[in-house]
Design a binder for this molecule. Structure first.
Ligand SMILES: [Zn+2]
Ligand SMILES: [Zn+2]
Length: 129
């Protein structure tokens, strides 16, 4: 599988030998990504190859760091020494990420209440003008 940031300067590949796909509902991910929860594709470190472009690294907690494109800001992957040997890739950065399905929710103790109700909201095929 291949991946790109929004501006396409960062180009990477990941083996489709995925460890897991998770929705993380923790407060750190919510804050650092500005989203209700974050979906990650976890792969073994050697399975991730940065093919071109550069990522900037920012320390987001005592342990965790977030790597993002310095030009367009797309988050690419996270690293955490507490999860040795793993690279935590952002599902949205993987080109075929839309075809991947999370298999678990983690840090549900901080999950927003409305997340479980999302399917019951009024749906529009496109934005509302
Ligand atoms: Zn970019
Ligand atoms: Zn998290």
């Amino acid at each position: 599988m291949e991946g790109h940031c929004l501006c396409k300067q960062v180009h990477f590949s990941v083996s489709d030998d995925i460890v897991t796909v998770v929705n993380c509902h923790c407060n750190l991910c919510r804050k650092m990504n500005g989203s209700a929860f974050s979906t990650y594709v976890v792969v073994q470190e050697p399975q991730f190859h940065l093919l071109s472009g550069e990522v900037k690294s920012v320390q987001v907690s005592e342990n965790a760091s977030k790597q993002y494109c310095q030009h367009c800001g797309t988050p690419v992957y996270n690293k955490n020494p507490k999860l040795p040997g793993l690279t935590i890739v952002y599902l949205g950065a993987i080109d075929c990420g839309v075809n991947l399905t999370p298999v678990m929710n983690i840090y549900c103790e901080s999950q927003l209440n409305w997340v479980t109700e999302i399917a019951t909201l009024t749906h529009f095929e496109q934005g509302v003008s």
